[in-house]
Design a protein around this ligand. Structure first.
Ligand code: MRU
Length: 394
């Protein structure tokens, strides 16, 4: 089953859906790439996001009509995952251009404030700012036009979307090669652990860390995936487990607190856990990596058990302006994410709550960063700088 987390909806489809304002299940058989490109030549008026807050119980799309709606959907986690946030924001700018051209007015200042609203939706994933920079360049290139460059903006959003899927597939091949090369003599496959959701739901398609896992499984070198529940939002149990079950990839769910036990047992077992494989929301120039809260502690545990750590992220996730992870902004979210679960109170209403949703793993704990431009082993400022330099020259 293909997942369609982000879908551009044509005017024609919008018209036929008007009677069904509550939303209908997405067309799960549709191919993401085909879906976004086929409508480029037509005027389109809505962005459909698969509501990730409802998964796995319900598959329902949220239809959005302007940039402000997309920004709210990002803040509220209808769509989440660094690359997916960037893609959704890019479509949000195109959506706004369409609205502006229908309504009239000063398109340049309205589009500029739409970009600002989208940029304020979540702070940590740099893919959001990277995608908005690309959209701002398109806006600047059409500055003399009397109307907002809607077609050019939609084309750029589609390019960002398609490029992410392409990058995912490249990273998956590189990551699978790294796993294959790490197998001990006589070992034909191994198990891995992953954290959060880095799959089709979080990206333009295949996934980053989960993309490597998918490809490694298809190549027969992966035995089983240990999925961390990922408190407090349960991206692991609700989303990653859902994707893996649908693809029939052997997987086992556990709380993060079980990670050391699983690693301890797996490190001593033939074909046991060999890799912790995660995505990233922002990677500093020295390789320090911000990712879902808990990743740092898992990396420390992995080091203690002789298990290697792989970060899988496209270049869009690198922030070369930050020398180290110390300057990466860490999002903290509302107390109710900890005080409540499934609408039920699970902690005293008056308890003070700290809910940071990302942490930074120092580069010393990372064995490999896998990008679409190749793999950086034992990342540091020199090796990350060399990778970014090579990629810029291409
Ligand atoms: O809060 P989320 O669900 O947006 O956090 C997502 C993650 O931390 C992912 O690991 C990261 O974005 C990489 S996704 C390909």
């Amino acid at each position: 089953m293909s997942l369609v987390p982000i879908r551009w909806v044509s005017q024609q489809e919008c018209a036929s859906r008007e009677e069904d304002t509550a939303g209908t299940p997405p067309d799960a058989s549709a191919d993401v790439t085909h879906d976004v490109t086929s409508d480029v030549t037509q005027p389109a008026v809505k962005l459909a996001l698969l509501d990730q807050r409802l998964l796995p119980g319900e598959t329902r799309e949220v239809l959005l009509e302007d940039a402000r709606g997309v920004a709210t959907a990002i803040t509220d986690m209808v769509v989440r995952g660094a690359p997916a946030i960037g893609i959704a924001a890019a479509y949000g700018v195109a959506l706004e251009a369409f609205v502006i051209n229908r309504e009239g007015g000063d398109w340049q200042s309205r589009l500029a404030s739409a970009c600002d609203v989208l940029a304020a939706s979540r702070p940590t994933a740099v893919n959001l700012f990277w995608a908005l920079d690309r959209m701002r360049k398109v806006i600047a290139a059409h500055a003399t036009r009397s109307q907002a460059p809607y077609e050019a903006l939609l084309k750029e959003a589609v390019r960002i979307h398609e490029q992410d899927l392409d990058d995912n597939l490249r990273m998956a091949e590189f990551g699978a090669q790294v796993i294959a090369a790490s197998l001990a003599q006589g070992e034909t496959r191994c198990e891995v652990m992953t954290h959060c959701n880095t799959g089709a739901l979080a990206t333009g398609g295949h996934g980053t860390a989960l993309g490597v896992i998918r490809t490694a499984y298809a190549q027969g070198i992966l035995g089983r995936v240990h999925v961390n529940e990922t408190r407090p939002w349960w991206q692991g149990s609700r989303l990653t487990a859902w994707e893996l079950v649908q693809e029939k990839i052997p997987a086992r769910l556990a709380v993060e607190g079980a990670a050391s036990l699983i690693m301890q047992q797996g490190a001593q077992t033939p074909e046991g856990v060999r890799w912790l494989i995660v995505g990233a929301d922002r990677i500093a120039a020295n390789g320090d990596t911000a990712n879902k809260i808990g990743t740092f502690s898992l990396a420390v545990q992995a080091r203690a058990h002789g298990i290697k750590v792989m970060v899988v992220a496209p270049l869009a996730t690198f922030d070369g302006t930050l020398a180290s992870g110390a300057d990466i902004p860490i999002e903290t979210r509302g107390a109710d994410e900890l005080r409540e679960a499934g609408g039920r109170q699970i902690a005293p209403q008056d308890i003070d709550v700290f809910n940071p949703v990302f942490d930074v793993t120092p580069h010393e704990y990372i064995d490999a960063i896998v990008t679409e431009h190749g793999v950086v082993e034992s990342p540091d400022s020199d090796s990350v700088g060399a990778l970014l330099g090579r990629a810029m020259r291409r």
